[in-house]
Design a protein around this ligand. Structure first.
Ligand code: 26V
Length: 822
């Protein structure tokens, strides 16, 4: 690893204390006696930010003087969570800050709780981007994240009478201490209008886009501190603002109010994150968001390139590589072509050569409903020149396809960027593959399916292009910071270098059978469970049994992730306990965290069902010493950091072939939770690492799912042949869980029967239930369980995002580290 170990802190306790108090006085205008925790939080951030900005300045100087090649990570989402604790850890100042605040009579834990999560993402894809920029800075790679400065991140979830209510998230209320506005780097972006065809002096056809409106992009920089504090990269987020320029006419004509309306429209672009991670079909604003941040970012990149290289484009691809995080930023491909062909007046072939050496694309899903398509009519209205360019790219590509498969129109219509349906659509996935030099999936099985099922002909055309880079997570946030007790225990056993070289955790394996270490390890887990129980009490009022198995499923709510399969099994246990009060099981607390997209009715119904079943079970004295169910509201990064260290069991139960990778699975296993999972996504690679004895695998495989679907899957068969399944589903339709309101939970039942059970919950039920019985037996053998838990932590080295980034650096980006002098 090229990463540097954290060195002695840049400040001692006295100096940090003085800096915090100085900011309390001079930045916040208050004093030690008046300040509340919020003020202490801001003052502490300001004190830390001084050091961060020093690192940022040195990093930018180094990158500038070394004229480094850099990766530009384009992502519509960055799910950063809180930054203070992370920055303190990465600067090796956490202990110092804790001591400094203690001496000031302040609790660091309480201060950290003041920070709102920066929730500019939906789930896995956005959090992956956040882990990746942490690793890039840690490994001292020249890198910049580009995204959107949403005013409102993912909605705050409240649960009212069991149902999800969405409330706006306002992460910047009262000011965000980390972001720096850079008005000197404002960009302008064009939208709408028409294209004029002209003939240049050389007889060449020239295209000129006459935009209908122009908006400003204002950059806000969030420093990204690497572990060890040497490299500080930036995350640059664009905020939309009215350009004013176009409004003067209206204004002068007395249209002050109309001018304000235009301002509002311009500012709408970066107002809110789309809360769906599946589809937002045909939403004009979503396309404008995508183009807005891509256009701003490309201008920013080109401005920086020109500062060093002027109008000489020949070195552009030596300096710049752009990673497209899914197809959301795919419009950057035609935008770069437009800049090169229309503005720089390069000829098409030269421009295309540059383009296809610049972009690489990561696919994050195979779900057909999540593969982006835009109506050609909409593109024509918003980005008329880009649609022309897309047609030209496609025209030339179709000629290549004709060469490879002469006369094969079926292949042509499949590979075409344009889908010739009743409404012409532009397929952003095809555009991304054609415009990139490398395309990757995010786990071995997912990448295999991308090659075999999603893009098989592209793989034949360009056998080197499609590849795999398995996802990872940053061990700094997801072990060191979130689980200090386990981290301290690990430090004591194997030293403190594991956060930079996670494979060192294998050294713990020799202690897996050691009674003393098992006791210490499980004591940490127990303490973490007690702490989570306290949080559960505060958030829900429920007292949970901390001797029970803590069984956790945390992720977005989706049918394919099958929270309802988990629910069916809970109902089965409930029935078994009612029918046989001495039913032999170790007490278990099932804990959920999940947000549903506001328009995804069935997902919301599943949340409602979980809550109603929870209410009944938790208040039923016949079973509640053995079975409890908790739904924690407003699942988010900072809540994950409290839940993950306390998990005994990790639920990773998606239908095989549907979960591209999963990353929560890695976080839970790293913290000593044992997985109950299907052979899907990264579960397969986790199983390879921990070994079959240390994971509970169940359910149909990808091939068996395909075979069952081919034969014709009928959930009714399971319903009528399996008395337990029938009883559970029928139970859901009564008013047992919703007194006086029979049928209130019926939609869940119907989705599994008349709805066709598209994700095969019933087909996998028995296998799941059997795996859960094995979990129960294993947990009751304390020694066996302790060993399993330890082995999970010990064998997670592969899943550090440093390894993912190294893969990208070596096999996609071709970057070299830039050592920043202190
Ligand atoms: C799609 C859309 C559609 C329009 C509205 C906004 C929006 C936002 C996100 C998405 C893409 C969803 C794809 C996604 O999040 N995939 C997840 O990526 C993780 C990181 O690679 C991976 O671990 C998860 O398995 C995969 O579901």
């Amino acid at each position: 690893s090229t990463a540097a170990a954290p060195e002695t802190p840049k400040l001692d306790k006295g100096e940090l204390k003085a800096a915090i108090v100085r900011h309390l006085h001079c930045t916040l205008g208050t004093d030690e006696n008046k300040a509340n925790n919020h003020a202490w939080w801001k003052a502490t951030c300001a004190a830390i930010q001084e050091l961060v900005l020093e690192g940022l300045r040195k990093t930018q100087k180094s990158h500038y003087f070394n004229d480094t090649r850099a990766v530009h990570y384009f992502s519509a989402e960055f799910l950063m969570g809180r930054l203070l604790s992370n920055n303190m850890h990465n600067l090796n100042l956490f202990e110092t800050a804790n001591d400094a605040l203690t001496e000031l009579g302040i609790s660091l834990t309480d201060v950290l709780e003041e920070e709102p999560d920066m929730a500019l993402g939906n789930g896995g894809l956005g959090r992956l981007a956040a882990c990746f920029i942490d690793s890039l800075a840690t490994m001292e790679m020249p890198a910049i994240g580009y995204g959107i400065h949403y005013e409102h991140g993912l909605f705050r979830q409240e649960i009212k009478n069991g149902a999800q209510i969405e409330r706006p998230d306002s992460w910047r209320d009262y000011g965000n201490p980390w972001e720096i506005c850079r008005p000197e780097s404002i960009q302008e972006v064009s939208l709408y209008g028409y294209v004029e065809t002209k003939y240049g002096d050389n007889g060449r056809i020239q295209k000129e886009w006459h935009p209908g409106s122009i908006v400003k992009g204002v950059p806000w920089d969030i420093p990204v501190v690497g572990y060890g504090g040497k490299t500080v990269n930036v995350l640059r987020l664009w905020q939309s603002q009215s350009s004013g320029y176009f409004n003067w006419d209206v204004f002068n004509a007395g249209g002050y109010v109309d001018a304000q309306v235009e301002n509002v429209q311009a500012e709408t672009i970066s107002k809110v994150l789309y809360p769906n991670d599946e589809t937002e079909a045909g939403k004009e604003l979503r396309l404008i968001q995508q183009y807005f941040f891509c256009a701003c970012s490309l201008k920013d990149i080109i401005r920086r390139y020109k500062r060093a290289h002027g109008d000489d484009w020949s070195r552009f691809t030596d300096q710049v590589v752009i990673q497209l995080n899914d197809t959301h930023p795919a419009i950057a491909i035609p935008e770069l072509m437009r800049i090169l062909v229309d503005r720089a007046e390069l000829d098409w072939d030269k421009a295309w050569q540059i383009c296809t050496k610049t972009f690489a694309y990561t696919n994050h899903t195979l779900l057909p409903e999540a593969l982006e398509k835009w109506p050609a009519r909409m593109l024509e209205k918003i980005l008329p020149r880009h649609l022309e360019i897309i047609y030209e790219i496609n025209h030339r590509f179709m000629a290549e396809v004709e060469k490879k498969w002469p006369g094969d129109n079926a292949i042509k219509s499949k590979l075409s960027i344009i889908e010739e349906s009743s409404e012409k659509m532009v397929r952003m996935g095809n555009l991304s593959v054609i415009g990139s030099f490398r395309v990757n999936g995010v786990a071995e099985i997912h990448s295999m399916l991308v090659k075999k099922n999603l893009f098989p002909e592209f793989d034949q055309l360009w056998p080197e292009k499609l590849t795999n880079v398995t996802n990872g997570i940053t061990p700094r946030r997801w072990l060191k910071a979130c689980n200090p007790a386990l981290s301290a225990l690990i430090d004591k056993k194997i030293g403190d270098q594991w956060p930079l070289n996670l494979s060192q955790l294998t050294e713990l394996a020799v202690y897996a059978d050691n009674k003393t270490f098992q006791k210490q390890f499980m004591k940490v887990k127990q303490d973490n469970k007690v702490a989570l129980a306290q949080t559960i009490k505060e958030l829900t009022g429920l007292t949970v049994n901390t001797d029970a198995i803590f069984d956790i499923q945390i992720k977005r709510l989706h049918e394919y992730k099958r929270q309802h399969l988990n629910l069916l099994h809970i109902l089965a246990l409930y029935r078994r306990l009612l029918e046989n009060p001495s039913y032999d099981m170790h007490p278990r607390v099932f804990i959920f965290g999940a947000k549903a997209a506001p328009g995804y009715t069935l997902a919301k119904d599943i949340i409602f069902a979980i809550n109603k079943v929870a209410e009944k079970i938790n208040n039923d004295p016949r079973v509640n010493t053995k079975l409890q169910v908790v739904f924690l509201p407003n699942y988010r990064v900072s809540l994950a950091e409290k839940m993950i260290p306390a998990a005994d069991v990790s639920e990773q139960i998606s239908t095989a072939g549907k979960e591209a990778s999963g990353t929560g699975n890695m976080k839970l296993a790293l913290n000593g939770a044992v997985t109950v999972g299907t052979l899907d996504g990264a579960n397969i690679e986790i199983a390879e690492e921990v070994g079959d004895d240390n994971i509970f695998i169940f359910g149909l495989t990808v091939d068996e799912v395909a075979e069952l679907k081919r034969k014709g899957y009928s959930p009714d068969d399971y319903y009528y042949k399996n008395a337990e399944i029938k009883a559970i589903l029928d139970w859901l339709e009564t008013d047992y869980f919703t007194p006086g309101k029979p049928g209130a939970l019926a939609s869940v039942k119907h989705s599994l029967l008349s709805g066709g059970d598209p994700y095969l919950c019933l087909a996998d039920f028995d296998s799941y239930s059997a795996a859960q019985e094995q979990v129960d037996a294993a947990y009751r053998d304390k020694t066996r369980w302790a060993k399993m838990a330890i082995m999970n932590t010990a064998m997670m080295g592969k899943f550090t995002s440093d390894r993912s980034i190294k893969d990208y650096v070596d096999r996609v980006w071709n970057l070299t580290a830039c050592i920043v002098e202190n």
